[in-house]
Every structure is written in structure tokens, then in C-alpha cells.
Design a binder for this molecule. Structure first.
Ligand SMILES: Cc1cc2nc3c(=O)[nH]c(=O)nc-3n(C[C@H](O)[C@H](O)[C@H](O)COP(=O)(O)OP(=O)(O)OC[C@H]3O[C@@H](n4cnc5c(N)ncnc54)[C@H](O)[C@@H]3O)c2cc1C
Length: 393
């Protein structure tokens, strides 16, 4: 007996991670009549990026679009427990407004200052700190080699897996159809995509198709002949503990890419590097913490001289090698009903709600209604005009 089906939807979203779920949620929120399906090949999310994320959410960006994506998304996560509640049951994602801190040496102060001004202009509650003030706020921190810092007080972190599960549970109650299957082909007729074909042999007709397949999005795009500059970039998230006491810390990030935050009895974080060869590599380098992360930690906080790495988890960034920013919008000039929401380069979780809303607006109204994200669209890729962050990212 065959399990094959043929179905029709207004929108089919490929990939049920944070991005795909947010798109489904905002489509249904804006239009209950919209028939939405999400195809996710692995509902256990064994290799997906979302559950492997560090959970940091911040407004500390240089580009207005990135700040605005955060300005919308972070309050959504702050209210997630209520927003995603089902049958009166709150969806706790352990949201902590613990703050976010960027620290820089002299050569990066001008950039930090410029970004700080942009952030202030966009309403971010952020303090600019000279080394003395920084030391006062975080007495354990070595500040001798630092020239300045910005401390974003309303940012923080949450539990990415809990957020994903909450999204999943919520969209089910909104009549989003979740298919457990793998998209293996996309049917295209001239300038329109028409349907996705699934590993099971099923076929789903769609008026619009969204590629929200994260690090696997280049493979999905290739199914319609689209080459995107997104590549899988491995990085490690380490959980480590410290024997000595440190005052409560925010999410700390330096220009050398050391980034970590408190988690339970210890800390979670790492040192990502763009020098990592691209590929679907889930091998764990057990020396990476010892060789790279630990020296950076101990340099900044002497207490970390004595630290123990308890767990190292590899995961993939959907890295946009053009400019490190997402590609949000239709495949202009080729297939206007094929949308991309990928290339988040380490920021996909914090930008998922605003991205979901943006894609929903594009599909339902053919243009952005709230945030204008035109500059993050496909055009810059075709024209090879990178739109990168300035300074530390
Ligand atoms: C170690 C690490 C730390 C990070 N820290 C942060 C952080 O602090 N803050 C932050 O905002 N971001 C962070 N990120 C980035 C963040 O995790 C991603 O940007 C985000 O999760 C991307 O979400 P997504 O839904 O696009 O991808 P995913 O969560 O990977 O979801 C894509 C889904 O598509 C499915 N899929 C793929 N191909 C197909 C197909 N053909 N058919 C059906 N399904 C398919 C996959 O199974 C997968 O579940 C981090 C990432 C890593 C690896």
C-alpha cells in the first residue's frame, strides 16, 4: 500500500527550525485562512542548528536592519511564555534579560562608538563604558588591554530548544500542517515554482515556497537551479564550569570572537572562526576548548585558570559568505514565488520572529509592511554588492 499523498497549500515552508516555524506562525497570525504546510525531515532535530544555538539575543549590531530585526524579535521572546501558551499552559523558554557586553581594544573603539550611536538612534538601551567604568561594573574582568565596551541592558539569552518546541506546539494549534518528510525536488514552470516532491513519493502543490532549510538551504535552492552564497560552517558550543566565583556576568563578546554567557552552574559559549573549512562536518575537536577557548577565557577572567569543559557540541551556521547577513525575500527576476530566509550566519534564532513576520508580509501583501528589509534581499547577491556589518559582529 502506498503512503503517497497529493495536497495543495498556499505556502509550503521547507525546514521546520526556528526560521520555518516563525514564518508559519506569522503567516497564520496575519491570515487564518492561509493554508500553510511546513516540511521537516527530522522532527527530532538531531543535526538542526536551532537546538544547538547558544541562545543569545542582542541588539548590538551596526546595520539598522539587524538592530530592527532584534528590536522586534527580542520582546517577542521576552513574552514567549504567554504568546506561545497552549490551553493555558505557558511555554517557558528561560528567557533571561542578563544583558550583552561587547569589549574592544583601542583600534576598534571608533567602530564601537559609531555602532553605539546607531544603536541609540534606534532606541537601544545601551551604555558606553570606559575601562574604569567597565571594571567597576564587572570587577573580575581584566580590562588592561581594553579601551571601551558597550553594555546592552535589555538583551540576554534563552533556551533555543524550548523556543523551537513552543513554536512547534503553537503552530499545530493554528492549523499549520507539519509533514515529516524530506523535500527532494521542486517543480518549476517558467518563472513560477509549483510544487515540492517528497522522499516518500508525495507531492505538495504550493502557490509560494519558502526555503528555510538553514545550513541545508543551498541544497534546496539547487533543486530550482538557484546558486546561493550560503555554506555550512561548523562551530563548537562548550559548556564549562569554573571553581572560583565570578560576579553575575552578561553575555560577553570580544573582537577575537570569544563569546560566552552564564548557564546553570557554569557557562556556555565558544570561539567561532570563519577560517573553518565549509562542509557538513559534525566531528568534535576535543582539543579546541583547551587550545583556543580556555586561553581566551583565562586571559579575560583569571578565575578561568581553573575551569573544566564538561561538554562540546558541534553545530552549523548557515553562513552567508557574501557578507555575513541573511537573505530575506523572493528570488527576484527568476521565480517571484520562491522565497529565501537563510544565511543568518549565527543570528538566526535572535532574528527568527521578525524574519517570520517579514516573509509573511511579502507573501500576503507582496511587500514589506513594517520593517523595510529590501537591502537584505536577493538583489545584492546578483549584483555582488555585499552589505556587511561594520566592525565587530
Ligand atoms: C554553536 C551555535 C551557536 C549559535 N548561537 C546563536 C545565538 O546565540 N543566537 C542566535 O540568534 N543564533 C545562534 N546560532 C545560529 C542559529 O542557530 C541559526 O541561525 C538558526 O537556528 C537557523 O535556524 P533555521 O531554522 O534556519 O535552521 P535549522 O534550525 O537548522 O532548521 C532547518 C531545518 O531544515 C530541515 N531541512 C533541511 N533540508 C530539508 C529538506 N530537504 N526537507 C525537509 N527539511 C529539511 C533540517 O532538518 C532542519 O531542521 C548558533 C548556531 C550554532 C551552530
Amino acid at each position: 500500500m502506498s503512503n503517497e499523498i497529493e495536497a495543495s497549500f498556499d505556502v509550503v515552508v521547507i525546514g521546520g527550525g526556528a526560521i520555518g516555524m516563525a514564518i508559519a506562525y506569522y503567516l497564520k497570525t496575519a491570515s487564518n485562512a492561509c493554508r500553510v504546510a511546513v516540511v521537516e525531515r527530522d522532527p527530532a532535530y538531531t543535526l538542526a542548528s536551532t537546538p544547538r544555538a547558544s541562545g543569545g539575543v542582542r541588539r548590538l549590531f551596526a546595520l539598522p536592519e539587524n538592530i530592527q530585526l532584534s528590536n522586534f524579535s527580542i520582546p517577542v521572546y521576552a513574552q514567549f511564555a504567554e504568546l506561545m501558551a497552549v490551553d493555558g499552559q505557558r511555554a517557558d523558554i528561560s528567557f533571561r534579560k542578563g544583558g550583552y557586553l561587547f569589549i574592544v581594544p583601542t583600534k576598534d573603539v571608533a567602530n564601537l562608538q559609531r555602532n553605539y550611536e546607531t544603536q541609540r538612534k534606534h532606541g537601544v538601551n545601551v551604555d558606553f563604558l570606559e575601562p574604569d567604568a567597565l571594571k567597576k561594573r564587572f570587577p573580575s574582568m581584566v580590562v588592561d588591554d581594553l579601551a571601551a565596551a558597550v553594555h546592552s541592558l535589555d538583551d540576554g539569552w534563552m533556551d533555543p530548544y524550548a523556543a523551537l518546541m513552543a513554536f512547534r506546539k503553537k503552530v499545530r494549534t493554528m492549523n499549520v500542517t507539519l509533514f515529516q518528510d524530506e523535500v527532494v525536488g521542486i517543480e518549476r514552470e517558467g518563472a513560477l515554482v509549483r510544487a515540492v516532491t517528497l522522499k516518500s513519493g508525495s507531492r505538495i502543490n504550493a502557490d509560494s515556497i519558502v526555503n528555510a532549510a538553514g545550513a541545508w538551504s543551498p541544497i534546496v535552492s539547487e533543486m530550482v537551479g538557484q546558486k546561493i552564497p550560503v555554506t555550512p560552517l561548523r562551530r563548537f558550543e562548550h559548556y564549562f564550569e569554573c571553581e572560583e566565583t565570578i560576579e553575575p556576568l552578561p553575555y560577553v563578546k570580544d573582537v577575537n570572537k570569544l563569546a560566552f554567557r552564564p548557564e546553570g552552574k557554569g557557562y556556555t559559549g565558544g570561539v567561532p572562526t570563519l577560517g573553518e573549512p565549509r562542509g557538513y562536518n559534525f566531528e568534535t575537536d576535543h582539543d579546541y576548548f583547551e587550545n583556543v577557548v580556555w586561553p581566551a577565557l583565562a586571559h579575560r577572567f583569571p578565575q578561568f585558570e581553573k575551569t573544566k569543559c564538561r561538554n562540546t557540541m558541534p553545530g552549523l551556521y548557515d553562513q552567508n559568505d557574501l557578507d555575513g547577513n541573511p537573505i530575506i525575500g523572493p528570488w527576484q527576476g527568476e521565480c517571484e514565488n520562491f522565497y529565501l530566509a537563510t544565511g543568518f550566519s549565527g543570528h538566526g534564532l535572535m532574528h527568527a520572529p521578525a524574519t517570520g513576520r517579514a516573509i509573511a508580509e511579502l507573501i500576503l501583501h507582496r511587500r514589506f509592511q513594517t520593517l523595510d528589509l529590501t537591502r537584505l534581499g536577493w538583489k545584492r547577491v546578483v549584483e555582488n554588492k555585499p552589505y556587511p556589518e561594520q566592525g565587530i559582529i
